[in-house]
Ligand binder design. Sequence first.
Ligand SMILES: C[S@@+](CC[C@H](N)C(=O)[O-])C[C@H]1O[C@@H](n2cnc3c(N)ncnc32)[C@H](O)[C@@H]1O
Length: 336
Amino acid sequence: MKGVPRCIRVPKRDGEDVRRRLADSELLDAKYKISRDGEHLNIPVLCDSFEGYEAFDSPADMSESHSKDYKEILDFPDRLNEELPSSYDMIGDVAIIKIPDMLMPYKERIGEAMMEATPSLRTVMMDSGVKGEFRVRELEKIAGTGTSETVHKEFGVRITVDPSLVYFNPRLATERARVALSVKDGERIIDMFAGVAPFPLVISKLAHPEVIYAVDLNPDAERFMKINIENNHAKNIVPITGDAREAVKRLPKADRIIMNLPQSSDAFLDSALEAANKGAVIHMHRVLERAEADVFASDLVERMRSAGYDIHIARTSELKTYSPTMSVYVFDIVKD
Ligand SMILES: C[S@@+](CC[C@H](N)C(=O)[O-])C[C@H]1O[C@@H](n2cnc3c(N)ncnc32)[C@H](O)[C@@H]1O
């Protein structure tokens, strides 16, 4: 069977080293086989670029060990098959899937089919949405064993998390690496909405900041942060439980601030700017209607100017689709 994964084209002599580093970083797309192309190898990847190699679409054979498509195992009639989700989140060995109402009577069968299709799965959880101030997912086990606590690997970092207790988004891996790779030696960083600290952990692994303060309101977040700091020997991360607005007032001024609270991050931007050095970069994630993103950005600059802060937006990027009309954006804001 063939597919069209994203691949990077690497000289044969470097192939094995690059493959190993991709696997260590959890960025190798093991569903597909590596193919030869003259003196190069096309290596399937789960990212847009790796170590300077840009990814492109390239036909490849499926690897034999690859999990089957759970839809094929279910073999539902077309009318139901069309409603089956084509993607789901994998956090460690836990799969998290949203199931449409009309498929509720079949939820256990769907979970069992996913387990059969992907033997490395330990449990399948049905996701009924993110709720409350802590942005925690409402999860129900539909197949497998154990709880939703698991260890997720990303860029060589081991992230222990229970997504039923603390928010975690495995789809932000590339964004976390991007932020980490822009950190300069000796920076002071604040993550205002850190969860179990995936941004600080990846930064601590890939860069050399002086300190990263990881703030979250959810007391369970601090518990997992402490486990993650210990397991990854990330001694420069300082976990703090509390409201970001209050917590930043007690911290030394930062060179970089991460604001991953996509529903309302801009409401905290004045506090972030107060906590930032001149020239500091603030990575602010925000869910927006696609049609309104440009206006939002220019309004934001004006709003901050009226509040007494000069800023400019150095970079805007659409990270992922959120709904048919909305996307998650990241604004890299510089304090002037
Ligand atoms: C979208 S999650 C981000 C988690 C993390 N950055 C990640 O990538 O997985 C937002 C986090 O902000 C926390 N939060 C919400 N309001 C907060 C506040 N006022 N102060 C500090 N943390 C807050 C929530 O508990 C949640 O863990």
